[in-house]
Each structure stands twice: as structure tokens, then as C-alpha cells.
Design a binder for this molecule. Sequence first.
Ligand code: FSX
Ligand code: SF4
Ligand code: F3S
Length: 370
Amino acid sequence: MERDSWSRDVSRRDFMKVCMAVSAMLGLPFGMAETVAAAAMADGRPAVIWLHFQECTGCSESLLRASHPTVASLLLETISLDYHETLMAGAGHQAEAALHASMHDNHGKYLLVVEGAIPTRQAGIFCKVAGKTALESLQEVAAGAQAIISIGTCASYGGIQASAPNPTGAVGVSDIIKDKPVINLPGCPPNPYNLLSTILYFMTFNKLPDLDGMGRPKFAYGRRLHEHCERRPHFDAGRFAQAFGDEGHSQGHCLYKLGCKGPATYANCSVNRFNDIGVWPVSVGHPCIGCTEPAILFNTAIADKVQIHEPTPFDSYAPVDLKEKGKGPDPLTTGIVGLAAGSALGAGAVVARRLPGDSGTEENDHGQTD
Ligand code: FSX
Ligand code: SF4
Ligand code: F3S
């Protein structure tokens, strides 16, 4: 049975547009948007308990800051958010009562969303809510959950709290909970569309989407964002910003030499952008810092270049014309590009060290300084 109206905040038209976007993101066949919409409109919204541990609340902020059509409105009307420490009106014993009522009434059926890392050192005393450690709360609430969504890099892998020397022994949910399905939605913060898509997928098919080896849904984290970056033609042509504010930077050239981690970062930011106004870090001139990758985020200096092991084909934008007057590489570097055809990164890095304005630092074919 469906509800007969959707929402005061979101028109039916915007609702269907979001369902179509979500269906496309999920890689569902054309026409499945209606099925997704029907699942979202069905009675019996899934109960969701949202716990906060060691984090900055940026995941919730990112969700609530989403603009028109409001992803937050869609999400909050699709689910029954029974407990969320920073959003709920209740506090103290009233909040605890709401948590335990939901756990009791929806035992085995609720979704648990965890935001933040879990400290494990000294029995987890570094994070306590309502007299219980994060470790105790997680174990207690996870026991009755149908599935768990770790939102953000902190809940997925420990995030900034787990960076060296990790004084509190912070870890992600899947390091502790082994007997429940756990899906990781890393990002610091993650894109709220990835949460909405995951929940709508769960409501439509009553199961979690396919995951990669790091517990991330393949629909969102299946490809490196470098493959779809709008600066990629510049990368392939060997045109790099050498410093923040230089001519290349202001002309939108590739940010690899400023430390962009896009070639090693699995995420859909370059396609599924933020804030519904089409922005993402690289589009506004900041190198990707690899916020979905635990091995990179807070473990690699922002200016360090990532090693590129498998150059990926560029498949979403037309190649830049290398002969464009006054802008392309010189004939020598063009020749190098030709010789290295099929190895885009190698070509880009080799060309880059010959561009005017380079500091002269020698780089190997993987873009790392010798
Ligand atoms: Fe913050 Fe969330 Fe980063 Fe962590 O996002 S944006 S520190 S991933 O848990 O609140
Ligand atoms: Fe885009 Fe970064 Fe790749 Fe350059 S290195 S093409 S800025 S993702
Ligand atoms: Fe994070 Fe890089 Fe996307 S920093 S938001 S994965 S562009």
C-alpha cells in the first residue's frame, strides 16, 4: 500500500527526478525508477537508529545541508528516524527511552546507521554516551539490527581518529561487528545521495547492494574518480597546475602535481557531485585528498603525489586537441604522448616535467619525485 501524498517539502516531480537519478546511479534498468518510487512511498517505513561516536558530525551536516530538491527531506520521509542524538528533540532519559522502544518494537528489522569511529583502547573509555562506551552501545544496538550502514570514513575505517598514533585505538564498525551485514559509505563527509541510494536499494530489494573488497557499494565506489574528472583532458595532454593560483590552476588544468589523489581514489564525486549545484573538491580547484580511502586520508600528506599503478582509460569527455594553438605541449612532448599512447598517466607525468614553469624537479613515469 502506498501513501497518497509525498511530502510538504518535495514535489512529486522532484521526487520522481530523484528516484530516476538514484535508479541510474544504482545501474538499474530503465523503468525501475517507478519501482524505487513505489518502495519509497510504501507504508511501513523502515526504522532507523543513528548512533554518533568519535567524529565531527559532518556526515549528518552534509545530509542536512543538501539543497533543492532536499535529499534530507526525502530521506527523512522515507525512513522512520527513531533515534539521532543531534537531531532528535528529546534528551537524557527521554532519548534513551526512545532508543530502547525502537530496539524493542523493531527487533531484527531496524537499520542501524553509525557515524564515527569506535575507540577500543582501555575498554573504550574515550567515548561515552548515557554512561555506556561507544563499544557497548554499538554491540547492544547492533545485536537487534537487520543491517548496519557505516556512514563516513570514521565509522567505516576509523578516519582521523585512527590516524597515527591512534591514541584511543579507534576502529571502524566492521572491525567489531562480525555477525551482521555492514556496508561502508566512506567519505569525509560522504555524499548524501550515496546514503539515499543505499537505503532506497535496501527498501526496493530487501537486501544490500553489491560491495567491493572494502565493504563499499560498487555502484558508488566501483571506479576511480580520475576516470570521470572534467580536468582529465588536461592530465592526458600534460597540462598541470604547478602551484595554487598560477595560470594553469586558474585555467582549470589538472591538479595532480598539487597532490590530487583522484587517480587512486574510488568514489563517484566527479559524477555524483555535492550540494545539488554540481560542485566537488576538484571542480572548485582543490585536489582530491582521497577521503574515501583509509590508506590515503590522514595518512598521506596533501601535497604528496599518488603512485599510479594502472593507468585508466579516459571515457567520459572528448580528448583535448593537442595541437590547439599556444596551449598544447610542444612537438617533443606531443611525440612522447604518441609513444606512450594507451598509458595515459605515464604520458601525462612525462610531459608534465617538460612543461614551462615546472620547478625542474625530476619525476619518474609514475609522477613521483626521484
Ligand atoms: Fe566528520 Fe562523519 Fe569526516 Fe568522520 O563524516 S566529515 S570526521 S568521516 O564521521 O562527521
Ligand atoms: Fe582530475 Fe585529479 Fe585526475 Fe587531474 S589527477 S584528472 S584533477 S582527478
Ligand atoms: Fe573526498 Fe576526493 Fe571526493 S576528497 S569528496 S573523494 S573528490
